[in-house]
Design a protein around this ligand. Structure first.
Ligand SMILES: Cc1ncc(C[n+]2csc(CCOP(=O)(O)OP(=O)(O)O)c2C)c(N)n1
Length: 577
């Protein structure tokens, strides 16, 4: 059998196995798998450098299915590579199987969870960028995209960044099968339009017939030219290719084939081909950044320092001693103070411009390769990347996010710049940690704690300078709380963090004196690290309480809140007065 015939045979096997997997599951996306089978057959047979026995090999290529619903194809490829058995393939989508409906890194050869379309390519940009500027290794990043998926804005953030960073180690294979979920895609088979768009974004575009193995081979060969440009292979394909009942027909997306046995016969029956991928052989080690001891950052009690500034100083010092730490920012580094990091560690700093989805996706890509990314922007703007954060949690990614300008205290900039929902939004992400430091010394301690903490770890920082409340020697336990001050006369407990805590501190002195007639005194319980409500916050949760006096009259208490219950605060204060 000629090489080309072998590739075509493998393509048919991948189709057969995709049909069988979906049939066994009673669900799945066989037709989306069948269109890209030949593209994957040639990739596995000749181009993918991958050691399936050692997925952590730093030299391995990366293969990311941005169209994650084509998981039957990916798992069939794993079977063809000898990585999983036929028996396991048929556990697809069953409870307890690692072969879930959409790929996740529970499978050792999967880098990032996909299935929310428009995310695989941006994450791949992160991996490819790590290859170029951090690891400095010759691995390539291959990405399979759907054509309907190309309507996602995040795809074009990825295109933009990949060419800006000259990622010629990135190859996007676009499976232009004309159909999406409910019908024809925006561009149908107008492959020329994809070519023009890719080229306009600074990519090299190669247009091919995605079922002609010779053309596929030629395109992959050309894609490896390494001329400073990322490559888009625009492959015209047929959805459901090989089975007449579904081929190029609408209405069969995301459904197992009605007669899988007939389909397998039509595809030429079962095959037992095993095509082990070629493991990488380069003799080169991943780059490591030089480190040196750095004194921890600290501030004097009572000094006024914004926690965003403390974050910038603390991270910069930590990175001097820890070469794994990298920083990214969404074109606001002079506001978040991530820019301080850029001044000292320019090689490990990444300007992501105003592209928050790509900002988070790049961080996810970096951690795939073991780097420790801190991604910063205004806290409010992480909401633009919320689905990337949600999917990063599905990936079990270790990503540190730092959002500045949180809460109403940013004042005159107005609500468009204020993060008000961020505590609730980030805390509801599975396995997340939300940190809200109250002073500079505490910020430094929490930034250090973020380095080794798994999952999505979010630090919200404040624009305004607030007093240093804790000494640099104090230690903080994530999830803990402590009593800042209290007395036997206390009737109310104020639980607060961040700006509300510093306001409460100044208010507490005033309240206990000013309304002594009402015998109200306040004890302060500070939560430096909000993970859940602190177990010892048995009293009342009030975000913050400010007091104001009317001239010559009794004190007027006003409750102001950032994210917590206004009614509760007002009721509490009314009762007290
Ligand atoms: C962000 C997002 N929106 C919608 C979906 C639902 N969905 C799953 S597959 C699909 C169609 C994808 O079409 P295409 O990218 O052309 O891939 P094909 O299946 O045709 O290969 C849609 C809309 C999704 N998974 N993610």
């Amino acid at each position: 059998m000629s090489e080309h015939e072998q590739w075509s045979e493998l393509g048919q096997q991948l189709r057969v196995d995709s049909v069988r997997a979906a049939a066994a599951a009673g669900s799945g996306h066989p037709t989306s798998s069948m269109s890209a089978a030949d593209l994957m057959a040639v990739l596995l047979s000749k181009y993918l450098r991958y050691d399936f026995d050692r997925p952590t090999n730093p030299l391995n290529d990366h293969l990311i299915f941005s169209k994650g619903h084509a998981s039957p194809l990916l798992y069939s490829l794993y079977k063809a590579a000898g990585a999983i058995s036929d028996e396991e393939l048929l556990t697809f989508r069953k409870l307890g199987s690692r072969l879930q409906g959409h790929p996740t890194p529970e499978i050792p050869w999967v880098d990032v969870a996909t299935g929310s379309l428009g995310q695989g390519l941006p994450c791949a940009v992160g991996v490819a960028l790590a290859g170029k500027r951090l690891d400095r290794l010759p691995y390539r990043v291959w990405v399979l995209c759907g054509d309907s998926e190309m309507a996602e804005g995040s795809i074009w953030e990825a295109f933009d960044h990949a060419s800006h960073e000259a990622l010629d180690n990135l190859i996007a294979i676009i499976d232009v099968n004309r159909l999406g979920q409910r019908g024809e895609t925006m561009l149908g088979w107008n492959t020329a339009a994809y070519v023009r768009r890719a080229e306009a974004f600074g990519w090299r575009a190669l247009e091919i017939d995605g079922h002609d193995v010779a053309q596929i081979d030629g395109a992959y060969q050309e894609a490896l030219a390494g001329d400073g440009q990322p490559v888009a292979i625009i492959a015209r394909t047929v959805k459901g290719k090989g089975v007449q009942a579904v081929e190029n027909r609408n209405g069969f997306h995301g459904k197992p084939l009605e007669d899988p046995d007939a389909a397998v016969r039509e595809l030429g029956g079962l095959r037992g081909l095993t095509v082990p991928a070629t493991p990488p052989t380069d003799d080169v080690e991943a780059h490591r950044f030089a480190t040196e001891d750095a004194p921890p950052t600290m501030w004097d009690l009572g000094a006024k320092v914004a926690t965003r500034r403390a974050f910038g100083d603390a991270l910069t010092a930590l990175a001097t001693a820890d070469g794994r730490i990298v920083a990214l920012d969404g074109e606001v580094g002079n506001s978040t103070y991530a820019g301080l990091f850029a001044d000292v560690h320019p090689e490990r700093y990444f300007e992501m411009y105003i592209a928050e989805q790509q900002l988070v996706a790049t961080a996810v890509g970096f951690q795939v390769r073991g780097w420790v990314p801190f991604a910063a922007t205004f806290a409010a703007f992480f909401s633009r990347a919320y689905d990337f954060i949600r999917m990063a949690a599905v990936s079990r990614a270790d990503v540190r996010l730092v959002g500045s300008h949180c809460g109403v205290s940013i004042g005159e900039d107005g609500p468009s710049q204020m993060a008000l929902e961020d505590i609730a939004a980030l805390r509801s992400v599975q396995g997340s940690t939300v940190l809200y430091p109250s002073c500079a010394n505490q910020t430094a301690k929490l930034v250090a704690a973020m380095v080794g903490r798994p999952g999505i770890v979010y630090l919200r920082t404040t624009r305004a300078a607030t007093p240093v409340l804790y000494t640099a020697e104090e230690e903080f336990q994530v999830g803990g709380s402590r009593v800042l001050r209290s007395s036997d006369a206390d009737e109310v407990t104020v639980v607060a963090a961040g700006v509300p805590l510093s306001l409460s501190v100044s208010t507490a002195e005033f309240v206990s004196v000013a309304i002594a007639s009402a015998t109200l005194a306040v004890s302060l319980l500070a939560t430096g690290a909000i993970t859940t409500l602190p177990a010892d916050a048995s009293a009342v949760t009030v975000s913050f309480v400010t007091a104001a006096t009317g001239e010559g009259s009794l004190p007027v208490l006003t409750a102001a809140v950032e994210t917590a219950p206004v009614d509760m605060a007002i009721t509490l204060l009314t009762m007290a007065a």
